[in-house]
Every structure is written in structure tokens, then in C-alpha cells.
Design a protein around this ligand. Structure first.
Ligand code: PLP
Length: 286
């Protein structure tokens, strides 16, 4: 069945949705995005995603195209129109379509392009993969220096996923100056002697909305957290490893560059954090 998507004020069947060939997102990757998950037909961490969207836009001299309340209404309308119980809402805002190609930004009154669509993923929360854990390889982090802005420049992360696939594993962790920055589409963590270790926030990584929630829940559960860079060797020698993102929640990592992490099975800290995250997020979903 065809989806109903949102394009610049209209709800249309996906086959009828159109964006100009001059769109800055298409020509220049001049746009930002958010992915919000849906559980039980409700939005997880919507406020966090709306705030990060505003920050990403503002860092690139773009304003929010509408209020967070209007954005929420569109998210809810798409969930309803497409009957989503578990899945994701993808939102993209670009600097619009000025009618020609030019490196210079278009005039400020050029309307931003706003597109949203749903991705139906039944069984997203009860993932069998989470019970096994995933395997990762390390790759060099050669992305640009403003990874805190959630831009649609995803070519290198896509290449990273393909490198992982070719190596017969699930994902890649990116490494810069000897330390892990993050996964291709997630934040990276290890657990050693009961302490959760994850890289501190900076322009080197995306400030994950799931990361913020998970670290808050970890602190509330009296778990120890250290925000600092870690190496691949430390990860291979850790008791546990895991990733977080809006679409995978908390996902155990059981192998890093061919070396088994801990017992090779999802560890208790990752399993507990996944449980707490899912429970608390469902309770707070809107
Ligand atoms: N890091 C990168 C590079 C990402 O692309 C993502 C999500 O797409 C994340 C981290 C996790 O962020 P969030 O928890 O907000 O989904």
C-alpha cells in the first residue's frame, strides 16, 4: 500500500510527491534531518528531536520552518494516516529550491523544503537482533568537522555500512586519532568494571537524543558513566559494548574487528539499559 507523505504543506500519496531538481538538498546536500521512532502509535523523544532540528538549522543559518507544535501535528497526522504502530518518521528540511544551481545561499525569503514520511517497522522494539548483539568493524573517520549538525551528507556513513556488509558484519565504528568517534548512524559505548564509557560531546560526534536519555537513565539507576574517548583495543578488552540511536534504541555489540567482546553475548548493562530506555520512553511518548 502506498504511503501518504508530507511535502511542503500537502499530504499526498508517495507517487505524487515532488521536489524540484534545483532543491539545495539534492544539489548540495544542503539540508538537515531527524528520525523519530514510533512505539504504540506514539512518538519517542519528540521534544529532543525538535530541539536538535532547530539547533542544526540555526548552525546553518536556517530558521525553523514552523513551530515545534505544528511539526508535532504533522508527525501525528502521518502516524494516523499511515496506521503506524511501530516504526519511524523521517523529516528533512533543506534550504529550498531557488530555481538554479549556485554555491551562494539563495535569498533568505526562499521557502525551505520540508518533507516527512513514515517507515513502518512492526517488531522494532522486540528486535531479535538485540538478543544476539551486532558485530562491528573499525574504519577511519574521514567525515567533515561539524558532525554535531545532523546534515543529509550521509555518503561516507553509507560507504561505512557497505564496508561492514562486505566484511560480513553489521556496522562500522569510526576512528579518528586513535579513538572511536561514533558508529555510522549511532553513538558508541563500552562497559568496563561496571563503568559505562562513551565519548564526550563536541563537534566530533552527533549529540544523540537516545544518548542523552540513556545517560540520564544510567545516572538515575546509579550506574557509573565516564564521558571520554576510548580505543578499539579498549573496546575489544571491554566487558560489554553497545550502541544507541533512535531506531535501534540500545543495541549490544558482541564483536569488534573480529575480537569477541566479553562473553560474546549481550551483557547485563546493555540489556538493562535497553529495558529501562524502552519502558521509560514508552511512558513518556506523546
Ligand atoms: N551518530 C550518528 C552519526 C547518527 O547518524 C545518529 C543517528 O542517526 C546517532 C549518532 C544517534 O542519534 P539519535 O540517538 O538522536 O538517533
Amino acid at each position: 500500500m502506498s504511503r501518504i507523505v508530507y511535502v511542503n504543506g500537502d499530504y499526498v500519496p508517495e507517487e505524487e510527491a515532488k521536489v524540484s531538481i534545483f532543491d539545495r538538498g539534492f544539489l548540495m546536500a544542503d539540508g538537515v534531518y531527524e528520525v523519530t521512532s514510533v512505539l504504540g502509535g506514539k512518538l519517542i523523544d519528540f521534544d529532543g528531536h525538535a530541539k536538535r532540528l532547530e539547533r542544526s538549522l540555526s548552525e546553518l543559518d536556517m530558521a525553523m520552518p514552523m513551530s515545534a507544535d505544528d511539526l508535532l501535528a504533522i508527525h501525528r497526522e502521518l502516524v494516523a494516516k499511515n496506521g503506524i504502530d511501530e516504526g519511524m518518521i523521517y523529516l528533512q528540511v533543506t534550504r529550498g529550491a531557488p530555481g538554479d544551481r549556485d554555491f551562494a545561499f539563495p535569498p533568505e525569503d526562499t521557502p525551505l523544503t520540508v518533507v516527512l514520511f513514515t517507515q513502518n517497522k512492526p517488531g522494532l522494539a522486540d528486535s531479535p537482533v538485540a538478543k544476539q548483539g551486532i558485530k562491528v568493524i573499525s574504519i577511519e573517520d574521514i567525515r567533515w568537522g561539524r558532525r554535531d549538525i545532523k546534515t543529509v551528507q550521509l555518503l561516507y556513513p553509507s560507504m561505512g555500512k557497505m564496508m561492514a556488509k562486505k566484511a560480513g558484519v553489521d556496522d562500522a565504528w569510526m576512528v579518528e586519532d586513535g579513538a572511536v568517534t561514533e558508529g555510522t548512524s549511532n553513538n558508541a559505548y563500552i562497559v568496563k568494571n561496571g563503568t559505562i564509557i562513551t565519548r564526550q560531546l563536541s563537534t566530533d560526534i552527533l549529540h544523540g537524543i537516545t544518548r542523552a536519555a540513556v545517560l540520564r537513565f544510567a545516572a538515575e539507576a546509579q550506574m557509573k558513566v565516564e564521558e571520554r574517548p576510548f580505543t578499539i583495543e579498549e573496546a575489544q578488552d571491554a566487558d560489554e559494548a553497545f550502541i544507541t540511536s533512535a531506531s535501534t534504541f540500545v543495541m549490544p555489540v558482541v564483536e569488534v574487528d573480529g575480537a569477541t567482546v566479553g562473553t560474546g553475548r549481550p551483557g547485563p548493562v546493555a540489556a538493562r539499559l535497553r529495558e529501562i530506555y524502552l519502558e521509560e520512553s514508552r511512558n513518556a511518548a506523546i
